[in-house]
Design a protein around this ligand. Sequence first.
Ligand SMILES: Nc1ncnc2c1ncn2[C@@H]1O[C@H](COP(=O)(O)OP(=O)(O)OP(=O)(O)O)[C@@H](O)[C@H]1O
Length: 829
Amino acid sequence: MNQTTENALAPTLVRASAGTGKTYQLTARLLRILLQDSPPETILATTFTRKAAGEILTRLLEVLAEAGDDTNADALEALRAQVGLEGLQHRRCRQLLHKLVRNLHRLKICTLDSLFTQLARSFPFELSLPPAWRLTDEIEETWIKERAINQVVSILNPGEMTTMLTMLGKGEIKRSIQRELIQVVDAAYSIHRRSSDDAWSKMVAPKQPDAKELTRVAGELRLPKPKQKTVAAKLQAFADATQARDFGSIIGDTLIKNIAKARRTGSEVKFGRSKLPDGIDDALDIVYAAVRTELVGLLQAQNEATSQILHAYDYHVNQLKQSARVLSFEDVAVRLGKLFSSIDQQALMNRMDGAIDHLLLDEFQDTSPSQWQVLRPLAQRTCAASALNNELNLEKAPRSFFCVGDTKQAIYGWRGGVAEIFDAVTQQIDGIETANQDESFRSSPDLIEFVNLIFKRLDRHPMASQGDPKDPSDKSAHEAMAVRRFAKNFPEHKANKKSLKGYVRIQTCRKIEEGDKNANDDACFEDAANLIAEIAGKAKGKTIGVLTRTNFAVVRLIFMLESRGVNVSQEGGNPLTDSPAVESILSALMMSEHPGDGRWNFAISQTLLALDPSLSPDSIRRRVEQVGIAETVESLCAVLVPMCSPRDALRLKQLTRLAIAYENHPQPRLRDFVRLVQEKRVERPQQAPVRVMTVHQAKGLEFDAVVLPQLDGALTQSSGNCVADERSISEPPTGISRYIGQDFWHFLTPRWQHAFGSQGDSAMTEALCLLYVAITRAKQGLYIMIQPSRKTEFENKTAASLLYHATGCDTDPTQGESVLFESGHSDWL
Ligand SMILES: Nc1ncnc2c1ncn2[C@@H]1O[C@H](COP(=O)(O)OP(=O)(O)OP(=O)(O)O)[C@@H](O)[C@H]1O
């Protein structure tokens, strides 16, 4: 960036690596805009979480308060450097601080979700918003989803239902209709609502070869008499299937795959090592075409069924929401996206409450395409003017645009966030300047060296060279490309804190001979818990982050750490049912609704009923009817509290709070309350030095030491999702299809092969991003605990094996309790 453009606050996109101070940059820009006297209500800054928004505001006020203090010359100097204004004075900082404090409510620093909610309030009619609407939370969304699905089921007659399920389930009738439909809705509704009506009908099966031809081919395949028995049997099987038109039975046959490969590479069709008899090429092609029609036809039918289900679901879910006057954040974003892409920009601005002149977007990699659709007109408006400022070389920018993010931290693909959104910004915003930041203010040089070592050498893993890059139907090739691209584009990171000591260790846990997966996972968690207890004992006053892939691991580790006397807290919280005391209250409530159900009775006969014999299902039900759920819960908690540990007593208190809040629900029902408690995560209040959480929850956080105890699972999950054919992320998908396994991709057209392959590529990229986020949370200590495995298992696609290969480790990985890699200063503590 040159000085002139910096002065004029040129539209800027910053690609900033982990720990390089995105928040610092954003705050600097915000201060700069405020210091040029822009009214607070014309500024909008968005971040990913409410917490981050709060932190930016706090930081803003703190910086001004410190720099406004006449005796604090250092703070003023730091602020001058941060905002690039050499002549800035203490007095000016104080003035701005006072102005801000008086106008705090006008300054919009918020999440995208909350921005969209505010925007929606300016367009109630265009968005068909129900009067006096409110937002749902995740749990209410689940309830509404289930009710809508029940309604969809109720309108199908049994015949239709069987057909539908047969089509949905690839020919098999599934047992639970509801479960199947929930899966369909979870996998496809979000993309369905972003797409055009005919998107599901883009996968079209080619015409079946004609009947006469098939009969001829069946005969031709019986003619040759090859010497090898296996070849003869195979041709016989193909002839039989063709004769019976039973192509489903040979869909997955190796010979079918071989035909596809031979046609793609221009080579001969082979079966194992055997050569096939001459003169049957044409017959094989016709069988292949028929099998393709069968497979693609099945997929087409599945897509049709899915589309019908989703249309019906969309209707019912909207009806339910309209009558309950509720919307989710996603509903708001989707409606706004559609409106903003169809309305004239000027009309848009005229309608919005107070125009936004300065737009600042944090964590930009997690912006979804439909969110960008809403943000784009705002961004373009601020940029059109700021380009003009540049030309005129104005000191003060009446408008400006700034966004910052890190494509290496795009871990919310499931919400529709895509790294490519950065490219969309550079293409769609005229005159945007880009900058890179790769100097970490967080991590020690030893850690940064490790980060560079790993991510620049990801391609040392065998998976980086797997697959045929020329074959778009080869999933491994797409994944390999993702790995190589990540390594190639990885910028060299630098450390700012040159003298900060750091330490990295990768070690195996103890070996469980003959142990199954659970036994090995548990051994790894146990050894990690011992290690954490040891570090926590030595590292007084330091923070330790224990980062896992799954919520299940969080619960296991918390339990293990607590039993070792470690002061530990859990980010994001668990449902209150992690406390037996809460469980017995829930059992009592359920028993009052279902007095005959022995399960509940057994659960509370040992606790509540034993402590207070006057309690019975009847008395509890009457109490609920007379005084409501909250008071009943409170009275039941009072019976248990004297018997409880402080940990359980706290959970009971939190249960009472939840019950009081729940009573505001328009139709409080005991059953729904119990489900709410079972599902809602509630955090314990204190933040301990050791914090356990998933890597997703750790985004944006930092710790003195990080422990990673769960890197052995597959990097990507096999996808049961649907696949979108998207040419550009700013446009709705042109086609959608249900997913099929990679073995069948060769039947698809190259365009669909590309769409399926891109999904494999994205899933792998996201897995690498997750590993990057996990490793870069550490300031000084990084401890990685992996399971000992055979060398061949280290060829599997796991994070553990990626590290093994990237470090160039030659220590035997089959040995338990051995150190595979170590660098830096073990005495960093
Ligand atoms: N210019 C700076 N000078 C001094 N310290 C800084 C500077 N920028 C950031 N820091 C410090 O470095 C650490 C990382 O900053 P920050 O959390 O803003 O990084 P980030 O880019 O948002 O990281 P991530 O993307 O990994 O969440 C913080 O402790 C912050 O106070």
